[in-house]
Design a protein around this ligand. Structure first.
Ligand code: FMN
Length: 357
C-alpha cells in the first residue's frame, strides 16, 4: 500500500485564521437536499458533511442569501431562522469529528426563473441580458429568461443581504465564509462585460465592474474577522453563458484590491468549471503570485496533479468537487493512492437519501 503522508498535500496548514489538518478542500457542491417549505437542509445533510470532515476545509454548498438569490429548485439558503437551525446540525456534526467548514454565500442573479422568485418576479441582474441555458425548476429544466436590471437604489439592499447571511453563518456555527464570486452568478455577472452593460458606477470600467464584489467583501468583513473570509473566482469560465473581453487586467485589479482587504483565501476555478482546463486567455500563475493570502485551486484535479501543485508551490491547497460526492473518505484514498469510486450524475440535485451518502 502506498502512503504519501509526507507530501505537503497531506500536511497541516494555516489559512488566515483557519488551522487546517491537510491541504485538501471539499469544493462547494449544491445537492438540493432541503425541507420543501423552508429550504432548510434535511437531517441527512449533517451526516453527509460529517463523513467528509477529514478534508482540511469543507466549503459547503452555495447557500442563497435571499429568496431572490435562488436559482435551482430545492437549493438551500441561509436567510431564515429555520435554515440557520438546520445548518447548526451540520456544523455540529463536522466539528464533532474535528472538521472545519464555511458556507458559500450565493446570489444567482440572472441564473434563475420566475417560478423560483418571490411573487413570480423576473430574476435580477446587472443588465437585461438573456443568458443562454436552462435552470432547474419544479417542472424540470427550463430556459432562463431575460432578467430585470437592478436599479442603483436596490444595490445597498443586496449588500445588506450578504451581511445578514454572514451573520447567520456565525449563528449557525460555521468557521468563516466563502463569498461566491464565480461561475456566472450575480457577483461574476457584475464583474464581466459580457453580462454587465451598466452605465452607472457599477458598470463600464474595471473599477466599476469590481465595485459590487468589493463592497460585498467589505460588508462581510464587518461581520467576520477578515482572516475567516475567502472568495471563489473563475476568470475564464463560460458557465451560465459568461464571457469577458479582457479578463487579465480585470482580475489583476480585483486581486490587488483583495490584497488590501487582507482576506484569508482565493479559491480559483481554472478553465471552464467542471469541464476543460485548457482555456486560453488567463495566466493563473500570475494571479497566484499577485495574491498575498492562501491560494486554493480547483477543476479536474487528480491525485498526482494535486500533489504536484502543492509541492511546486503553484497552489497552497487543492479542492475537489465531484470526487468528494462519491468518495466521502477521499482524503484517505488520496493519501494511500486507493482507487476512487466513480460519480454518477443522476442524483446530483434530486432525491432524498438516494445517491446521497
Ligand atoms: C453537483 C455539483 C454541484 C455544484 N455546486 C456548486 C456550488 O454550489 N458552488 C460552486 O461554486 N461550484 C459548484 N460546483 C462546481 C464544483 O465546486 C467544482 O468547481 C467542479 O465540480 C470542478 O471540480 P472537480 O473537477 O473537482 O469536480 C458544483 C459541481 C457539481 C458537480
Amino acid at each position: 500500500m502506498k502512503d504519501d503522508s509526507e507530501k505537503k498535500l497531506f500536511q497541516p496548514i494555516n489559512v488566515g485564521a483557519f488551522e487546517l489538518r491537510n491541504r485538501i478542500v471539499m469544493a462547494p457542491v449544491t445537492r438540493c437536499r432541503t425541507e420543501a417549505d423552508t429550504l432548510a437542509p434535511l437531517d441527512i445533510v449533517a451526516s453527509y458533511y460529517g463523513r467528509r470532515a477529514s478534508a482540511g476545509l469543507i466549503v459547503g454548498e452555495g447557500v442563497q442569501i435571499s429568496q431572490q438569490g435562488q436559482g435551482y429548485y430545492g437549493s438551500t439558503g441561509i436567510y431564515s431562522d429555520a435554515q440557520v437551525d438546520g445548518w447548526k446540525n451540520v456544523t455540529r456534526a463536522v466539528h464533532e469529528v474535528g472538521g472545519c467548514m464555511v458556507p458559500q454565500l450565493w446570489h444567482v442573479g440572472r441564473v434563475s426563473h420566475p417560478s423560483l422568485q418571490p411573487g413570480g418576479a423576473l430574476p435580477v441582474a446587472p443588465s437585461a441580458v438573456l443568458p443562454k441555458g436552462k435552470t432547474l425548476t419544479a417542472d424540470g429544466s427550463q430556459d432562463m429568461v431575460v432578467p430585470r436590471a437592478l436599479e442603483l437604489s436596490e444595490i445597498p439592499g443586496i449588500i445588506a443581504q450578504y451581511a445578514h447571511a454572514a451573520r447567520n453563518a456565525q449563528r449557525a456555527g460555521f468557521d468563516g465564509v466563502e463569498i461566491h464570486g464565480a461561475n456566472g452568478y450575480l457577483l461574476d455577472q457584475f464583474l464581466r462585460d459580457g453580462a454587465n452593460k451598466r452605465e452607472d458606477k457599477y458598470g463600464g470600467s474595471i473599477e466599476n465592474r469590481s465595485r459590487l464584489m468589493l463592497e460585498v467583501v467589505d460588508a462581510v468583513c464587518t461581520v467576520w474577522d477578515k482572516k475567516r473570509v475567502g472568495i471563489r473566482l473563475s476568470p475564464l469560465t463560460n458557465s451560465n453563458d459568461m464571457s469577458d473581453s479582457d479578463p487579465q487586467p480585470l482580475f489583476n485589479y480585483l486581486i490587488e484590491r483583495l490584497n488590501l482587504r487582507d482576506i484569508a483565501f482565493i479559491h480559483m476555478v481554472e478553465g471552464n468549471t467542471g469541464r476543460e482546463r485548457d482555456v486560453p486567455g488567463f495566466d493563473y500563475s500570475a494571479a497566484r503570485k499577485l495574491f498575498k493570502g492562501s491560494y486554493i485551486v480547483n477543476n479536474g484535479y487528480t491525485r498526482t496533479m494535486a500533489i504536484d501543485a502543492v509541492e511546486s508551490g503553484a497552489a497552497d491547497l487543492v479542492s475537489f468537487g465531484r470526487p468528494f460526492i462519491s468518495n466521502p473518505d477521499l482524503v484517505e484514498r488520496l493519501r494511500q493512492d486507493l482507487p476512487l469510486k466513480e460519480h454518477g450524475t443522476t442524483h446530483y440535485y434530486r432525491g432524498g437519501e438516494v445517491g446521497y451518502f
